[in-house]
Write a protein that binds this ligand. Structure first.
Ligand code: C5P
Length: 297
């Protein structure tokens, strides 16, 4: 058995997010293209005799509402291992930013704890536990690029983008409630004639960054921009700084801009970081998860 597992939990952005309507269970049916990016939370997992303890720097909530805590509870309950879990979490991903930080932490706990206790739940079991934790959690078991359907939890891997892209992430410094955004969301009455997700998927496979940048879309953007008009302004400023496309990620609050490889994204991040409230950073797309973290015997 290992004494500890250190694991990085990456953020995601949604390159396309189509909301198809409300389901009887209150969730919304989605079609979304998710992409993991190189912005991370860090977790250290250790065994303890019993119970769960989560310590997190930079987060007020470390109890039973924290997704890492809930992932630990589900793992201990359903894997049948004996013992408890101690988790040290260092947040690098903004909280309430639409970047999936909490969901990624939860997936990292499921993967890391399996490693720590030397158990191998089947991919189907892991997926089931992940989906019970939240709609975005299953994506982070795989990371990379994927199409998400259902409420976002049905994941189909997509091939990685063949060209290098720099991604500017703008964090306005406040949180948005996903539940509130979905509550306020109203689908446009017009039946959609253009399949935007299909167009995006095709541009993903071939076509330049310019074409890809024009194809990215997020059906939640209008609802969130109505609540926070300053985010619509910030999106405009990212485009004026040379992004080939800019968008709200998930239900916000963070925005991202796609730039060609080279120094343009860093220059834009410096300009916008000085001009807008909050902060900017530059990251890149990640391939599918290959390693389950660094382990210590
Ligand atoms: O699944 P998760 O717990 O991350 O979702 C947070 C909230 O976002 C849900 O309680 C629900 O209100 C809303 N949601 C939704 N449809 C989805 C995903 C999330 O309405 N597909």
């Amino acid at each position: 058995m290992y004494s500890e597992v250190n694991i990085r939990a990456p953020a995601k952005i949604n390159l396309g997010l189509e909301v198809l309507g409300r389901r009887p269970d209150g969730y919304h049916r989605l079609r979304t293209i998710l992409q993991a990016v190189s912005l991370y939370d860090r977790l250290r997992l250790r065994r303890r005799s019993r119970g769960i303890r989560v310590r997190c720097r930079g987060l007020p909530e470390c109890g039973q509402n924290n997704l890492a805590w809930r992932a630990a509870a589900i793992f201990l309950e359903r894997s049948g291992v004996r013992g408890g879990l101690e988790i040290d979490l260092v947040k690098g991903i903004p909280v309430g930013g639409g970047l999936g930080g909490g969901s990624s932490d939860a997936a990292a706990v499921l993967l890391g704890a399996s490693r720590l206790f030397c158990v191998s739940p089947t991919p189907e079991k892991l997926h089931e536990w992940a989906a019970d934790l939240g709609s975005d959690v299953p994506f982070f078991l795989l990371s990379g690029t994927a199409l998400g359907t259902g409420r976002g939890e049905i994941i189909e891997p997509l091939p990685p983008l063949r060209r290098a892209v720099r991604v500017l992430i703008y964090d306005p410094g406040f949180e948005v409630s996903t539940a509130e955004v979905y509550r306020r969301f109203r689908r446009r009455r017009l039946t959609r004639k253009v399949d935007k997700l299909n167009i995006l998927a095709r541009r993903w496979q071939r076509g330049g960054l310019g074409a890809l940048g024009k194809a990215i879309f997020n059906d939640l953007e209008e609802t969130v921009f109505n609540l926070y008009p300053r985010l619509a302004y910030a999106r405009g400023r990212i485009l004026e700084q040379g992004a080939k496309g800019a968008l709200l990620s998930g239900s916000g609050s963070c925005l991202f801009g796609l730039f060609p490889a080279g120094g343009e994204a860093s220059r834009a991040a410096r300009v916008l970081g000085a001009e807008l409230p909050g902060s900017c950073r530059v990251v890149h797309f990640l391939p599918p998860r290959q390693r389950w973290g660094v382990v210590k015997r």
